[in-house]
Ligand binder design. Structure first.
Ligand SMILES: [Zn+2]
Length: 369
């Protein structure tokens, strides 16, 4: 079946498309916006949806309840890759945690293809929020295992594509090469990707609403002078969570210097915003500092600590070699020094490689004078 872009607002399905130059992704989906917040950019006709418990507390109940239709002419916008990152990082332990970390932004349309027995209610016809939440919770609980499976599958896929296990054999290949090989070798898992992703080819007629305010001459002039870039973009339509994940990943691997990384502090997946060699994420954490801020402090303390042991090692080394110089005939002393030197160096090396801690090395130095 050939899919089309919806003409106006809709209450079913999920649509996503990408702009690699702007590093943005856009999606349209019906949402309940229950316990979620939005920022609306009327000039660019874009909406940002986010979740912040603090802002929700004071809101009135009547504001929620009815389903919010999706609209491809006024879509949600996020940094390119966010859909996939959010899913990799989603806490699927309970309905609530899954909602707060993933579903608040994308809704539940993506689950329709996971279980064919499901009949999602349409067009906001839940009587009230309580009915809606109970129903969504039941659907989530029934599908939780399958959703976790998809998450595990995507974690494996992303780990391979971005070589997050630092496998030496994979180092020399690019993410797009690894992406291609992974798909060829894991046909089974990629099956739904091929089956359930309806790619809607962009035809310029889709721009009708977007560019309606310009007349024919203005359009031609703008194109001629390259003021306006009307890029053709494919839109992916799907009711299958895994196929959207694959579509996002396929887009990400096309880009150079835009890798997915795993935070060395909290283990969350992220795409660096400034330095490519960044090892810490900058997701806001509930209490205080982001990992990147914490990491900078930690690294500084680590260096200070290492300095303490290294300084002690150098101090002792100098003392001992001076003593040897003063006692040239003492063969035992020289022998002891050689042994100490070997042992101490070994420990200093282990400290540098993180095998021993600063305190362990320092204590050994002090005890073995
Ligand atoms: Zn982190």
């Amino acid at each position: 079946m050939k899919a089309d872009l919806p003409e106006k607002s809709f209450f079913e399905d999920f649509y996503i498309w990408f702009n690699n130059d702007k590093k943005e992704e856009y999606y349209a989906t019906p949402l309940y916006l229950y316990s979620a917040n939005t920022k609306v950019d009327n000039d660019n006709r874009l909406v940002t949806v986010y979740f912040d418990k603090k802002e929700i507390k004071g809101r009135k109940k009547e504001e929620h309840g009815l389903q919010f239709p999706g609209n491809t002419y006024f879509p949600y916008v996020e940094r390119l890759g966010t859909f996939l990152l959010r899913f990799l990082n989603a806490d699927l332990a309970t309905y609530q945690s899954a909602y707060e970390t993933f579903f608040f932004a994308y809704g539940f349309e993506l689950l329709k293809d996971i279980d064919e027995n499901y009949t999602f209610a349409l067009k906001g016809k839940y009587e009230n929020d309580t009915v809606y939440l109970n129903e969504m919770e039941r659907i989530f609980n029934d599908l939780q295992y399958e959703i976790k499976e998809i998450q595990n599958e995507m974690l494996k896929f992303v780990t391979y594509v971005y070589n997050l296990n630092n496998n030496e054999e994979l180092e020399e290949y690019t993410p797009s090469q690894r992406f291609a090989v992974y798909l060829m070798k894991h046909k089974g898992q990629a099956y739904t990707y091929n089956k359930n992703d309806n790619v809607i080819k962009d035809s310029y007629s889709n721009k009708y609403l977007e560019l309606l305010h310009l007349n024919e001459n203005e359009l031609l002039e703008n194109l001629k002078n390259k003021i306006m870039l009307v890029a053709m973009r494919d839109t992916h339509q799907s009711k299958d969570l895994s196929s959207i994940c694959y579509a996002v990943l396929e887009e990400l691997v096309k880009l150079k210097n835009y890798p997915i990384k795993k935070c060395q502090n909290c283990g969350m997946y992220f795409i660096p915003t400034s330095r490519l060699d960044e090892i810490y994420c900058d997701y806001p954490k509930e209490k205080g500092k982001t990992c990147r801020e914490q990491g900078a402090v930690q690294a500084y303390n680590e260096r200070l600590k290492q300095n303490k042991a290294l300084a002690e090692y150098r101090r002792l080394y100098q003392l001992k070699s001076m003593a040897i110089g003063r006692n040239k005939d003492n063969k035992q002393m020289k022998k002891d020094f050689e042994k100490w030197k070997k042992d101490a160096k070994d420990r200093v090396n282990k400290l540098k490689h993180g095998v021993l801690t600063e305190d362990e090395v320092y204590e050994w130095l002090v005890k073995n004078i």
